[in-house]
Design a protein around this ligand. Structure first.
Ligand SMILES: NC(=O)c1ccc[n+]([C@@H]2O[C@H](COP(=O)([O-])OP(=O)(O)OC[C@H]3O[C@@H](n4cnc5c(N)ncnc54)[C@H](O)[C@@H]3O)[C@@H](O)[C@H]2O)c1
Length: 338
């Protein structure tokens, strides 16, 4: 089977019709085509047309990806990406949504807090980006399904899902209330699963897509917050399950594991009230000498959600300034004692 390069832009002869059209036939057993959903996502597995020339659901075995990428340097990384970002009304999620939009994506801001979600949309639109707000509480599977349908009705079929929404009240096991345990597992793990469950059949039908889950270093080691940590460990394992089960459908699934990020979420607000210099002090635990900024996380998400990460799936990428690699504060003490 031979693989043909597909023209991308109208000037290159792109077929801008909503339906796929045959580009070239004859030399190969199958026909590779382009359609509006494939623009900018050309290293997705090629699709097969049906008799009417529509973009079909069947996929061909992928040729090596590098043969298919022909990305112009001046083309934004997320040109053609339609992203859904959960919890994008605040903090890291807002930064991820804004960054994806700045890189060319159309973004659905999926949020339980309507005023915050709409504020993110306004910010993106003011910056000449494309975004819509869709309301959902991710703990409710029916609301998630409806919100994803609404997002796709407004923007088109999603090819990137970022599971960012989360909650913690930062308790410990000794003082743990049963409701608190359930709530953290429900938002952080079950909520993430609800979104994945809703998007997968859609991505399967279209021949692929990317999912990026925001986990945490707490999912890998114990750093306090046991219920949150258990949920994030679950998110990391769920990431591997999705990557393994749906890779053949062209679906990639990865997680990022941030360390401490300078945000004003509930937990950090409480801690900052106790110690206004907390972020600066925490920096010494990180080999790079500082805590993360939301943009550090957004850049990693943008990469994992892009075609540049076309052969990366099932990883849990620490975005932690090297903290999981080694704790220099502790090592300094060992060396002093030696
Ligand atoms: N801030 C950090 O230091 C840090 C560190 C590691 C990982 N993380 C992870 O990064 C992500 C974002 O964290 P953040 O600090 O920006 O949090 P944040 O609290 O500032 O924002 C979370 C957003 O999710 C929304 N949300 C909460 N529950 C929801 C629900 N049930 N349905 C829909 N939306 C809901 C909130 O309204 C809020 O806008 C989370 O997954 C968090 O676990 C954060």
């Amino acid at each position: 089977m031979r693989c043909h390069r597909i023209p991308r832009r109208p000037s290159d002869g792109l077929i801008a019709s909503p339906y796929a059209r045959v580009l070239r036939q004859g030399e190969c057993e199958f026909v590779i085509l382009s359609c509006q959903f494939c623009i900018g996502r050309l290293n997705r597995p090629p699709l097969v047309v049906d008799d009417e020339g529509r973009c079909g659901a069947k996929r061909l075995p992928s040729p090596p990806t590098h043969q298919m990428i022909d990305r112009s340097r001046d083309m934004p990384r997320h040109d053609g990406t339609i992203a859904i970002v959960t919890g994008a009304g605040h903090g890291i999620g807002r930064c991820i949504a804004s960054q994806l939009a700045a890189e060319g994506a159309a973004v659905a801001v999926l949020e339980v807090d309507e005023s915050r979600g709409r504020e993110t949309v306004s910010q993106i639109v003011e910056a000449d980006g494309r975004a819509v707000f869709v309301k959902a509480d991710i703990t409710d599977a029916a609301q998630v399904e409806a919100a994803i349908s609404a997002a796709e009705a407004a923007l088109g079929p999603a090819n990137l899902l970022v599971n960012n929404a989360a909650f913690t009240d930062a308790g410990d096991l000794k003082g743990m209330k049963l409701e608190s345990w359930h709530r953290e597992i429900d938002v952080n793990l079950n909520g993430t699963y609800h979104c994945i469950r809703a998007i997968i059949p859609r991505m399967q039908e279209r021949g692929g897509g990317a999912i990026v889950n925001i986990a945490s270093v707490n999912g890998v080691r114990y750093f306090g917050n046991p219920s949150y940590s258990a949920a994030k460990a679950g998110v990391i394992n769920l990431t591997m399950s999705v990557a393994s089960e749906f890779g053949r459908d062209g679906i990639r699934c990865n997680a990022v594991c941030p360390g401490s990020v300078r945000t004003d979420n509930i937990t950090w607000t409480i801690r900052q009230k106790k110690d206004p210099d907390i972020f600066q002090k925490l920096g010494r635990w990180y080999p790079l000498g500082r805590v993360a900024e939301p943009m550090d996380i957004a850049r990693a998400v943008s990469f994992l959600g892009s075609d540049e990460a076309a052969y990366i799936s099932g990883v849990a990428l620490p975005v932690d300034g090297g903290m999981l690699a080694g704790m220099n504060v502790m090592i300094d003490e060992f060396i002093l004692e030696a």
